[in-house]
Design a protein around this ligand. Structure first.
Ligand code: ATP
Length: 295
């Protein structure tokens, strides 16, 4: 039995459209399934327990964006039940990082035919995350994007990833870099004028930005990108490089790998996990190696 958790409003309504097509395919293929539709935030996590216990679902499939997938993952980490993903959001960075096909029929075929493999998952502020935790500039961009009207407009024309870019420009106008203390596997770094710190399990965030090109979800490590000491003009010049992951050789960017990271800022900074706000600094982040089965 496949248990589906569908966020109808993900991708500004794409979730529902996609579910209708999936349901048709499942019926044509005679696949046994059950489904739950989320009505509010965090409900996807409780649906995981419900589908596993009451419906005896052997696979849980998330139909939604990275926010919905994160909620599902928070119910699945540490179990033997594998996660399937049908991307239906605006960013879809987790599925991009795992190489899950964008095409619906191919994504479904992978779930029905593929073999589960174990991957690493991150943990920060009492939440498991799949792709990236971002602190500082990134946190503000995530908050602005999620509260924006233009996210809906871009989703309507299937350009949802552009909403992150518009938010980045808005935040850039007023953002002031801060002094940060960072502990990576017990080694202390004091770094002035930090724009952002991204801690990544997989390379992508913000709808395909390659923030940590070498991040792998099966190496037991988190990749950390620290952007610091740049003037506004240097930040603007570097931004296009990030789109392709070519920023890593810039002298104002530090790339470090680690298992446990602690971040302290001179004043509280917003923290996002997979594009959803999960709190403020100080924050502790760690990798949970081989803790989730994904098809
Ligand atoms: N019925 C609902 N109405 C409103 N919000 C919902 C509903 N169901 C779930 N949510 C919330 O919507 C949030 C965003 O969903 P999701 O991430 O799947 O889509 P998205 O934001 O369009 O995509 P992405 O994260 O890839 O940009 C989730 O955090 C979830 O808690």
């Amino acid at each position: 039995m496949y248990g589906f958790i569908v966020n109808k409003v993900s991708g500004n309504g794409r979730g529902m459209k996609i579910w209708r097509q999936i349901e048709k395919s499942l019926q044509e293929k005679n696949v046994s399934y059950c489904v739950r539709f989320t009505q509010k935030s965090k409900q996807a996590t409780s649906f995981v327990y419900e589908l596993m216990k009451e419906e005896k679902a052997a696979v849980i499939v998330a139909v939604g964006g990275d926010g919905t997938i994160q909620e599902v993952v928070n119910g699945l980490v540490g179990t033997k039940t594998p996660l399937g993903i049908i991307p239906a959001g605006s960013g879809n960075d987790f599925s991009r990082g795992l190489g899950i096909p964008k095409k619906l029929d191919q994504a479904l075929e992978r779930i029905l035919q593929g073999k589960p493999k174990l991957i690493d998952i991150g943990y920060a502020n009492s939440t498991y995350f799949c792709t990236v935790v971002g602190v500082g500039f990134d946190g503000e961009v995530a908050q602005t994007t999620n509260a924006s009207i233009f996210k809906k407009l871009f989703n309507m024309i299937r350009m949802g990833h552009l909403s992150y870019l518009v938010s980045a420009i808005n935040v850039f106008i007023h953002y002031k870099p801060r002094d940060i203390s960072l502990k990576i596997d017990k080694k202390l770094y004091k770094i002035p004028k930090v724009w952002l710190i991204a801690v990544a399990n997989l390379p992508f965030y913000g709808g395909g930005i390659i923030i940590c090109p070498k991040a792998e979800s099966n190496d037991g490590l988190l990749d950390i990108c620290i952007v610091q000491g740049m003037s506004k003009w240097e930040f603007v010049r570097t931004f296009p490089l990030v789109l392709k992951g070519n920023h890593v050789s810039s002298p104002n960017i530090k790339m470090i790998k680690g298992k446990e990271i602690e971040i302290y800022a001179s004043s509280p900074l917003l923290v996002h996990g997979d594009g959803e706000i999960i709190g403020q600094t100080p924050t502790k982040i760690r990798i949970e190696p081989r803790s989730l089965y994904v098809i």
